[in-house]
Ligand binder design. Structure first.
Ligand code: NI
Length: 249
């Protein structure tokens, strides 16, 4: 039985949510954390988690909305952060992949949501792309726990996050060719790792090209179990324990 700690299950990607639920449950996924990225998805998540028992929510404004978000978007999160089955603030963070022109705005948005997480005592789900140094600096300024989503950095970076108390979210990227994440995961203690798919993105090998879904958590789990030379059942048990230490699900 698996938990997918990071996915984006919105109707724009999955036209039949009931069919998706069946597929997910048939593939031994018991719970997922559906992550918001703007007000539209945050509102949809509140509806979906009320309807589907297996689904929990994280509300947040993604750094890609740093130029367009409004104060109302942030107030919406604060208003609903203690709703039933809302378990985290995410996905939030920094993304310099397409440039750093709005770095200040991204940092302002990120810090606002980290401060909210401290205030309401909820874990955070962090997106950091080509922004490791700033992410670490900023996280050091806040007393938050949570997951570094889609971690794919070096062993040294992994150790910094782990020493700060963060879990590393590992997804289908680990199955990609020429990816050094395999060596990093081999060296990192399993107690610091949680599984995720980032659906509908980052579909694992051998399903590249298709829309990802939480059902593929099994493929990611099998891959990591082989690296760690343990059974997939033991991997599930250990990583689920990590999830429960961080999230109230
Ligand atoms: Ni995501």
């Amino acid at each position: 039985m698996f938990v997918d700690t990071h996915c984006h299950l919105y109707e724009e990607y999955y036209s039949d949510m009931d069919e998706l639920e069946k597929r997910i449950k048939n593939n031994k996924v018991i719970k997922v954390i559906n992550n918001g990225c703007d007000s539209k998805s945050n509102m949809e998540i509140l509806e979906l988690i009320a309807k589907y028992d297996y689904m929990y929510g994280a509300l947040g404004i993604h750094p890609e909305s740093a130029d367009t978000y409004t104060l109302t978007d942030l107030e919406f999160i604060e208003k609903h952060i203690n709703d039933n089955k809302v378990v985290a603030i995410g996905e939030i963070g920094l993304d310099y992949h397409y440039g750093k022109e709005n770095r200040d705005k991204q940092i302002e948005l990120f810090e606002y949501q980290l401060a909210m997480a401290e205030r309401v005592n909820k874990p955070v789900i962090i997106h950091s792309r080509d922004a490791t140094l700033d992410t670490i600096e900023i996280l050091k300024r806040h007393h938050v726990k949570g997951v570094i989503h889609s971690f794919s950095g070096s062993y040294e970076t992994a150790c910094i996050y782990v020493n700060m108390g963060f879990l590393l979210g590992i997804n289908g990227v680990i199955t990609f060719k020429n990816c050094n994440l395999k060596d990093v995961v081999a060296k990192i203690d399993l107690k610091n790792i949680v599984l995720e798919t980032d659906s509908p993105y980052l579909t694992p090998v051998p399903y590249r090209g298709k829309t990802n879904s939480p059902e593929h958590i099994i493929d990611i789990a099998n891959f990591i179990a082989k690296i760690k030379d343990i059974s997939v059942e033991d991997l599930a048990e250990e990583t689920n324990g990590n999830v429960l230490r961080c999230f109230d699900i």
